[in-house]
Design a protein around this ligand. Structure first.
Ligand SMILES: *Cc1c(COP(=O)(O)O)cnc(C)c1O
Length: 465
């Protein structure tokens, strides 16, 4: 399988190349040159398989010959062996037709572990094949940073420098990053907000000399391997609820459009997906795009679901690529004009095609709190603010009664326990796998939000290639 850039101006790469590169050199994102197809029989044959074995079957066509079948199986078993639930991503029935897909049983309590645990192992394997070294740089508002650090701590041939906005991530999130004392992990608290941190990371990638000197790489959801790993749980859940014989709807708490794009990929591969519900908070650029064709950047509003406080959803570009008939030249000019004007109007044809599979909902803070209370009082489940946005959208969706609706539970309620307590009166306990978090020693550096200072700090500690 080869991967091509959405902007048509970068050489095609194989799975290993696309994984290590992250972003394409023309500024586009890598996508498979065509979608692999699973027949009804292929899907039926997934029934009863373990999560790791399902991952092997779903991922194999994307990997091509990057790994042998036995190697892929060994890596999936290692990655998913680190989850605290034997089913890895268990389904929970809420009422007659609503289900939760719990994606938070990994080491850092958010769904990002599902992909990053595998990505960490893939990085190490591919780098040792090549005998090369990578410096991973990222900016985080909390969940990506902790999941990436957990996945890469102590691994050979990769160092990770993670920037977070000082004082603006929750204490659980900060400690999940700063108490990891492995020598290849560097936490940097930036004086500034998340946008400042992200701008600094972009500037480092844009500094070609610096980027080449340290072989910079990215682990945010622009990385294709991360999205591929997320396709697996759509198959795993759908098969348990009756696929291929029955179509399933999914409601996805959405920020950067990575998780829901994996659901789109599953549908392209032949999984019977009745509907993908894009659930946003008041930062609703995707909801405006889906309902009115208006993809224009608004003002960022902080909410109790911070991992969805996003204005530009990077992975939307991957959907646009398909909507514009996979024409990289057209998409390059569409994206350039979006980047210049911060606005894009979808044409009628693209807008109509989105509506064939997707719907959307904008859930404000009151509706989110109401969904947390409803889940706790009527369904016996304490859920986190992000999951509550998904559930609220799921319950409001206009769908035939016989379609099961699966809401992706993207974070453990204890990760956002202040917001959960405010809405439900219950304070969720931290699960045993993160107990001791508040006693452990922290290590991080505080730096001003200035490119020079950060590059100097990294240059002193990273490995030159
Ligand atoms: C990252 C995240 C999301 C948003 O996922 P995207 O792939 O960015 O759309 C939702 N909920 C939680 C808890 C997250 O950490």
């Amino acid at each position: 399988m080869q991967y091509i850039s959405t902007r048509g101006g970068a050489a095609a790469l194989d799975f290993e190349g696309a994984t290590l590169a992250g972003l394409a050199s023309d500024g586009g994102l890598y996508v498979p040159e065509s979608w692999p197809r699973f027949s009804r029989e292929d899907i039926a044959a997934l029934a009863g398989l373990s999560y790791a074995e399902t991952a092997v079957r779903v991922l194999a066509p994307f990997l091509g010959d990057a790994l042998s079948g036995a190697e892929l199986r060994e890596l999936c078993e290692t990655a998913y062996g680190r989850f605290s639930h034997a089913a890895v991503t268990p389904l929970q029935q809420l009422d007659e037709r609503h289900w939760l897909l719990e994606l938070f049983h990994g080491p850092t309590l958010a769904f990002k572990d599902v992909a990053l645990q595998l990505l960490g192992i893939l990085f190490e394997r591919f780098l040792s094949n090549r005998d090369s070294h990578l410096t991973v740089i990222g900016a985080t508002s909390g969940d990506t940073g902790s999941a990436a650090i957990n996945a890469l701590a102590g691994r050979d041939k990769v160092d990770i420098f993670m920037l977070h906005p000082k004082g603006r991530v929750s204490e659980v999130q900060r400690r999940q990053m700063t108490t990891v004392l492995a020598p290849n992990v560097y936490n940097i608290a930036i004086e500034g907000n998340f946008d400042d941190a992200q701008r600094l990371v972009k500037a480092m990638f844009g500094d070609a000399q610096f980027a080449n000197r340290f072989s910079l790489s990215a682990v945010n959801s622009i990385n294709w391997a991360r999205l591929a790993a997320q396709i697996v749980y759509y198959f795993y859940a759908a098969v348990r609820l009756g696929a291929p014989g029955r179509a399933i709807a999914f409601s996805v708490p959405t920020g950067n459009f990575g998780d829901v794009f994996a659901g789109y990929a599953a549908a392209q591969m032949g999984l019977p997906v009745a509907r993908l519900i894009v659930a946003t908070n008041v930062n609703d650029i995707l909801h405006r795009a889906m309902t009115a064709g208006d993809y224009s950047v608004g003002k960022l509003t902080p909410t109790p679901a911070p991992s969805m406080d996003i204005q530009v959803s990077s992975n939307f570009e991957r959907l646009l690529f398909d909507l514009y008939d996979r024409d990289g030249d057209v998409l390059a000019s569409v994206m350039q004009s979006f980047e210049a004007s911060r606005a894009l109007t979808l044409d009628d044809r693209a807008h109509t095609r989105i509506g064939e599979l997707f719907s959307s909902a904008r859930i404000d803070n009151d509706a989110m709190a109401l969904a947390m209370r409803h889940a706790s009082e009527e369904m016996g489940e304490v859920i986190d603010p992000h999951t509550a946005i998904g559930l609220s959208a799921a319950m409001g969706a206009d769908l035939p009664r016989d379609i099961p609706v699966v809401t992706l539970a993207t974070a453990h309620p204890a990760k956002f326990r202040d917001a959960v307590e405010r809405a439900t009166g219950q304070r969720p306990l931290l699960p045993p796998r993160v107990s001791g978090l508040f006693e452990r020693k922290e290590r991080y550096e505080t730096l001003p939000g200035e490119l020079q200072a950060i590059e100097a700090y990294i240059a002193e500690r990273a490995t030159e290639t």
